[in-house]
Design a binder for this molecule. Structure first.
Ligand SMILES: [Zn+2]
Ligand SMILES: [Zn+2]
Length: 660
């Protein structure tokens, strides 16, 4: 008997950092998306047949196995190609976000069928207000059209945006299509999952980095086979193999957590819009404090805008006031002003809860020798070590390096001379314990609450009035609904403005507005106190007036003339090397070959703000172009022309969010 003829040639893309697919021989023509196992060097690898012309003439090895799995859907393959081209990442590296051998090869867990996927759109939902019902009807329409569209759902904190977009999810389910909801921190979004359960009498499939390998494999499979009809996930859920995606919702669309900062650097908010377009599905962006990008897209008519201008159920927006720290300073060595302390006292006396917000983990951000001024910094990073008294250690928040507080100063040999400078949440908790010894306090920070279970317990404790004072980092700003919380105190409202990058003001407004939005969400009205040394600053003024449209207009006026986003395009090149001279040399080589022309500007090279990070020296260049000039062709030519030493690395960050 003759062996089967291997006369067909197919391209197979492998989930490793290769730019193009490899050519293999096959006994039959295989449609794009087919999952196959192929030899790669001395080992075997799983990949996907790709729509790419195979190499002719070269000697090819045969495909080893065709996997009996649903093929990758075409919109997902198009998405992989699109993301690779946009972010200048090797196509195979992007495929690795969608396809991993570990998701396919191990057998499904026996005895435990997939129980997600049973979300029931006919289950009675909550009663919506007239404004909510109108917005929900508009979103349902966009789902029914089965066409690409983008809607910005802008609703004040507590307006019930979730209930509105869950009606769009319900509509996708009625049409037997799948829906994807992206959340910035899904592992901690316990209250969202409860609301979902109430609406649909079932839990959604979830997708995030905390899943066990078995749950990951089973969810991947259930999505591919269409059994999971709703997925709630982190940014990587965009790469799941939905055969029939009918809706994407991006909740808290302004969040910088949607930006992936290593490997393939993509912004899941923007890529969700692309994924929806390639799937002919509507995309809904949701926020109480939308990004200036989305506000502009709505103003120019590219996006439809829906507003929910008031709180649900008769609750009113909190009153926001500043506390001028120059006029009402805290006691020496303390951080809460008498005005804030008194407000907390009154709140507790009424039997209500107070929250103190400081976006800084640990006890103190800086440890200093009081005799010579020596500061303890990380040996691997341009950063001070942060004291974590709960662990009795100094810890670097960038590389994890940790050390004990030295008994003698390495600079001046003084003994026991180190003192903590500035507060973190642990230090605020200490101050609160001294001021309110009887009050029950609860600290919420990412190094203290590390699992969905702990987040759920903390949320339940607060809701059931098991805590009087909540002290937290940005973790407390996320969509929480605590009905008995009426006072929010922001310990340092100026903190986020110090960095001074492009979006420092916008980000501070967004974060503090979100924190403020935790106050007074039920019957009792809420108050927010912002401690600040410059209450006249436009950011603080915007928070006090609550006039966000005015703030957006100011931001727009500041960014438009210089072609800063969203009125121009940006890409960052981050050069790094373990050798400082090599980092400088590579940065200078790039500067010499930088693109130029009308509407094109290159800034730098300059040492990155973290000039040393995890043991690598870092330099930055920034390419800025007018909006009509795409950055990708310029970057491709630029990198191709430059002679780059192989032990230096260049990371390309298109649409950078972080400038560190
Ligand atoms: Zn010293
Ligand atoms: Zn470090």
């Amino acid at each position: 008997m003759e062996p089967p003829s291997l006369s067909n040639r197919v391209s197979v893309l492998l989930p490793y950092p290769f730019e193009t697919p490899f050519t293999y021989a096959a006994a039959q023509a295989l449609p794009p998306g087919t999952l196959v196992r192929v030899p790669l060097g001395a080992r075997m690898a799983v990949g996907a047949v790709w729509s790419h012309p195979p190499d002719q003439g070269v000697k090819t090895r045969p495909i080893a196995e065709i996997l009996a799995r649903p093929p990758l859907p075409k919109p997902l393959m198009d998405f992989v190609d699109w993301v690779a081209a946009y972010t200048l990442s090797p196509r195979g590296e992007v495929l690795a976000l969608a396809l991993k051998e570990s998701l396919l090869t191990a057998p499904p867990k026996r005895g435990k069928a997939f129980t997600f996927g049973g979300a029931d759109p006919a289950h009675p939902g909550p009663i919506l207000s007239a404004a909510q019902a109108a917005a929900a009807a508009a979103l349902r329409d966009s789902v029914t059209h089965q066409k690409f569209s983008v809607t910005l759902l802008d609703g004040v904190t507590g307006s019930g945006k979730t209930e509105v977009y869950l009606e769009a999810v319900a509509q996708a389910l009625r049409e037997n299509r799948q829906a994807l909801v992206l959340l910035p921190e899904i592992a901690l979004s316990v209250q969202f999952l409860q609301r979902f359960q109430q609406r649909f009498a079932a839990a959604p499939a979830v997708w995030h980095s905390e899943l066990t390998p078995a749950a990951r494999r089973e969810t991947f499979r259930a999505v591919a086979e269409g059994r999971a009809n709703v997925v709630v996930g982190a940014r990587s859920a965009l790469f799941l193999p939905f055969p029939d995606l009918g809706l994407i919702v991006v909740d808290e669309e302004h969040e910088s957590a949607f930006k992936q900062e290593d490997g393939v650097m993509y912004n899941a908010r923007d890529m969700a819009v692309v994924r929806a377009r390639l799937s002919a599905a509507p995309c809904v962006l949701v926020s109480a404090t939308p990004s200036l990008e989305s506000v502009e897209n709505a103003a120019s008519g590219r996006y439809t805008r829906l507003d929910l201008p008031s709180r649900h159920g008769g609750a009113v927006l909190p009153q926001v006031k500043s506390v001028d720290l120059r006029a009402s300073p805290p006691e020496r060595g303390k951080f809460l002003s008498p005005v804030l302390v008194e407000a907390v006292r009154e709140t507790l006396a009424r039997g209500e809860q107070a929250m103190l917000f400081l976006n800084r983990r640990g006890y103190a951000p800086l440890t200093l020798c009081r005799r010579c001024g020596h500061r303890i910094s990380c040996p691997n990073c341009t950063a001070w070590l942060v004291e974590h008294r709960s662990h009795s250690r100094l810890i670097c928040h960038h590389c994890g390096h940790s050390a004990a507080i030295p008994e003698t100063c390495p600079a001046c040999a003084a003994e026991a001379s180190f003192v903590p400078i500035g507060p973190g949440v642990e230090r605020i908790a200490e101050e609160v314990a001294a001021l309110f010894p009887v009050a029950r306090t609860l600290v919420m920070a990412s190094d203290i609450i590390t699992s969905p279970k702990q987040a759920a317990e903390a949320a339940a404790t607060i809701t059931e009035r098991g805590a009087d004072i909540i002290i937290g980092t940005q973790m407390v700003a996320k969509g929480w609904h605590f009905p008995h919380l009426t006072l929010v105190g922001v310990v340092d409202a100026d903190l986020g403005l110090a960095g001074g990058d492009l979006r420092a003001g916008e980000r501070t407004v967004q974060m503090l507005h979100q924190v403020a939005g935790r106050a007074g969400r039920a019957q009792a009205p809420g108050t927010v106190l912002l401690q600040s040394f410059s209450p006249e600053h436009p950011v603080i003024a915007a928070l006090i007036s609550g006039n966000l449209p005015d703030f957006y207009a100011q931001e727009a006026a500041a960014r438009r003339p210089g072609h800063w986003p969203p009125y121009g395009r940006l890409a960052a090149l981050i050069i790094s090397a373990t050798d400082e001279k090599l980092a400088d040399q590579t940065a200078r080589a790039l500067a010499r070959t930088a693109p130029h022309g009308p509407g094109i500007e290159v800034l730098g090279p300059a040492p990155a703000p973290y000039a040393l990070l995890r043991g690598r020296f870092r330099r930055r260049l920034l390419l800025k172009t007018a909006k009509h000039i795409p950055v990708q062709p310029l970057l491709r030519d630029w990198l191709a022309q430059t002679d780059i030493h192989k032990s230096s690395r260049i990371d390309v960050d298109v649409d950078p969010v972080s400038f560190m």
